[in-house]
Design a protein around this ligand. Structure first.
Ligand code: BTN
Length: 324
């Protein structure tokens, strides 16, 4: 732990209580000016710390900040950043550094957030939960689609448990509330045919976004937990629940119960048994989604009765407003 982190940890142990600069400087064997500099850095990172002459420093509890100390023990390695280009990129760097399976990165803000199909993922600072897991799974490349489905299920369950809102999944892994997208998942992998080096699974959840923060073209399609629930959601509790669900369901080596996951997924998937429009990087076509295959592929029956399996792509479900 750096000096700054140690100071933060002492303040956290005494929330809403004054700790004098003198006491901190004695504890850490640095000057009071050095303490003051560390406090200012913490303020820039978003911690609300008051200072009163002759009394000292006072940490105001901020329910919207991620509480690192609560999350760190739940994963193999944890990195919490004020800013990242993309948490998926940071995770890939962690893999290069040899960090273990089930490492996690969370950032308050992303400058180059990535979405599926080469799109951008733009979200204001602190408005959401931007997290990426690093997996070093012992599995074949063909099985990786299944990881993304499982992640969708984990996030949908976590949101439902923490907020009480009813969640659904649009294949492959958009989490939906009241017909609108609240979370996107981007899985990226490196390996060769038949062997996976790593899988990075990035999750972006819209949490405290207000309706007016959403771009006009997104208002029909996207939502946030704040909009749906009418009150703010504690981001640490939600992150904690996502980690717990992932820990339980993504244990590839021991308890990976594929059949149970598929059954649960099919029940939550809004795409199944609907008329859909499929857009892949190569083609687009219409049909009816009739099943989720063993590897997580979406099975589409076209009007002429032929069946097609889709592994990746955008699938819009036909609704009252056209295809959403
Ligand atoms: C989508 O297009 O629906 C997927 C969006 C995934 C966004 C998340 S935010 C955390 C992680 N880091 C990224 O750059 N992207 C994912």
């Amino acid at each position: 732990m750096s000096k700054k982190e140690e100071i933060l940890s002492v303040l956290k142990q005494h929330p809403e209580e004054f700790i004098s600069g003198e006491k901190l400087s004695e504890m850490f064997q640095v000057s009071r000016t050095a303490i003051w500099k560390h406090i200012n850095t913490l303020r820039k990172e978003g911690y609300e710390i008051d200072s009163v002459t002759n009394k000292g420093y006072f940490l105001k509890t901020n329910p919207n900040r991620i509480d690192e100390d609560r999350l760190r023990p739940l994963v193999s390695y944890f990195s919490y950043l004020e800013e990242a280009d993309s948490t998926n990129h940071v995770c890939k760097r962690l893999w290069e550094e040899g960090k273990p399976d089930f490492s996690l990165v969370i950032a308050e803000e992303q400058t180059k957030g990535k979405g599926r199909m080469g799109r951008e993922w733009i979200a204001p600072k602190g408005s959401g939960l931007f997290m990426s897991f690093l997996f070093r799974p012992d599995m074949m490349t063909e099985q990786v689609t299944f990881i993304t489905l499982t992640t969708g299920l984990c996030v949908a369950n976590a949101i439902q448990k923490i907020t009480g809102l009813d969640t659904k999944i649009k294949w492959p892994n958009d989490v939906i509330i009241n017909g609108k997208k609240v979370c996107g998942i981007l899985a990226e992998l490196s390996g060769e045919l038949g062997r996976v080096d790593y899988v990075v699974v990035g999750i972006g959840i819209n949490i405290n976004l207000k309706k007016e923060d959403l771009a006009e073209e997104l208002k029909q399609k996207a939502t946030s937990l704040l909009i749906e629930r009418g009150e703010e959601v504690d981001r640490t509790s939600l992150a904690e629940q996502v980690i717990l669900e992932m820990k339980q369901k993504m244990d590839f080596r021991k308890n990976f119960d594929k059949d149970a996951i598929l059954k649960e997924y099919r029940e939550k998937c809004v795409t199944l048994h609907k008329e859909v429009k499929v857009i892949t990087p190569w083609e687009s076509f219409f049909g009816k989604a009739v099943d989720i295959g063993e590897n997580g592929n979406l099975v589409i029956e076209k009007a002429d009765g032929t069946k097609r399996e889709v592994m990746a792509g955008d699938v819009s479900v036909r609704g009252m407003e056209g295809y959403l």
